[in-house]
Design a protein around this ligand. Structure first.
Ligand code: URA
Length: 236
C-alpha cells in the first residue's frame, strides 16, 4: 500500500504543477470521502482512492493504459510537424502525466493505438524480442491474388533490412483487402512489404494488438478508453 500526500496525489494524476495542486487544496476544491481536505500534506493510501475535484469524481491510477481508435491525419509524435498530434485527442491530464504512444502508426494509418505513462510497460511492449503480433487490415491498389499472399507469407526483401520479412498470417478479405499479422514492427512495414510484393497500400487500419481487438473496445474513430487489467493481459 502506498501512502502519499494529497498535493503529490493530485500532481501524479496530471492535475497540474505541485504549486497549483497545493493551491486547489488550500482553496477547498478537493474532497475525500465527502470531507473537504485543506491540508496539502495530509496523506492517504492511494489504492482504490477516490477524490472529488471541482465536484468531479476521480479514481487514482498509479499508471494509465489507454487505447485510442486513431483517426487519419494525426501524428503519433508528441512534437508533431505536419498534422495535429495524438495528444490533442486526449484530456489534458494525460499530457501532464507524460503519456506516450507505444510505438507509432503513420499519420494516415487508423485504428488501435496504445498509450501509457508506464515507461517499463512501454519499453516491454515495444521490444522486438517480445514478438507481439499486430493485425492490420490493408486496402490494396491492385486486386489481392494468391501470389501476393504467398509472397507476404514467404518473405519479401526490404531496402535496409538484412533478411526478408514475412507475415505471421495473411489472408484475403475482399478483392482489394487483406488481413496481415506482423511481429516485427519495422518502419512503414505493411506499406513497404506490399510495395515489395508488387502491390500498393491505399489505406491501413490496425485492428488488433496481441489478442486485444479494436472491435471489442467499441471505440468510434477518435474515441479512447482506459484498459483494465484483463484487457492488458490480452496484449501479451
Ligand atoms: N505499417 C505501416 O506501413 N504503417 C503503419 O502505420 C503501421 C504498420
Amino acid at each position: 500500500m502506498a501512502k502519499l500526500s494529497l498535493d503529490r496525489i493530485l500532481q501524479s494524476q496530471g492535475i497540474g504543477t505541485r504549486k497549483w495542486c497545493r493551491q486547489l487544496i488550500e482553496e477547498g476544491e478537493v474532497q475525500i470521502g465527502g470531507e473537504i481536505i485543506r491540508d496539502p500534506r495530509a496523506s492517504f493510501e492511494t489504492d482504490d482512492l477516490q477524490f472529488t475535484l471541482f465536484d468531479e469524481i476521480w479514481s487514482f491510477h498509479a499508471h494509465v493504459y489507454i487505447a485510442l481508435n486513431k483517426p487519419g491525419n494525426i501524428e503519433c509524435s508528441r512534437k508533431p510537424s505536419h498534422h495535429p498530434g495524438v495528444m490533442s485527442l486526449l484530456p489534458e491530464q494525460f499530457g501532464w502525466r507524460d503519456v506516450q504512444a507505444i510505438g507509432r502508426l503513420d499519420h494516415d494509418t487508423t485504428g488501435l493505438l496504445l498509450l501509457t505513462d508506464d515507461g517499463a510497460f512501454n519499453h516491454a511492449m515495444s521490444s522486438p524480442k517480445r514478438h507481439i503480433p499486430k493485425t492490420y487490415l490493408a486496402t490494396t491498389h491492385e486486386p489481392v491474388t494468391a501470389g501476393l499472399i504467398d509472397k507476404l507469407l514467404s518473405g519479401v526483401k526490404l531496402h535496409d533490412e538484412p533478411t526478408p520479412l514475412a507475415a505471421t498470417m495473411c489472408r484475403q478479405v475482399a478483392e482489394f483487402q487483406l488481413e496481415i499479422i506482423l511481429e516485427q514492427g519495422k518502419y512503414h512495414q505493411v506499406k513497404r512489404m506490399l510495395a515489395a510484393a508488387d502491390n500498393h497500400c491505399s489505406a491501413l487500419e490496425r485492428i488488433a494488438i496481441g489478442e486485444l481487438t479494436l472491435s471489442s473496445l467499441q471505440l468510434a474513430l477518435g474515441e479512447w478508453c482506459l484498459l483494465n487489467h484483463e484487457q492488458r493481459g490480452l496484449l501479451r
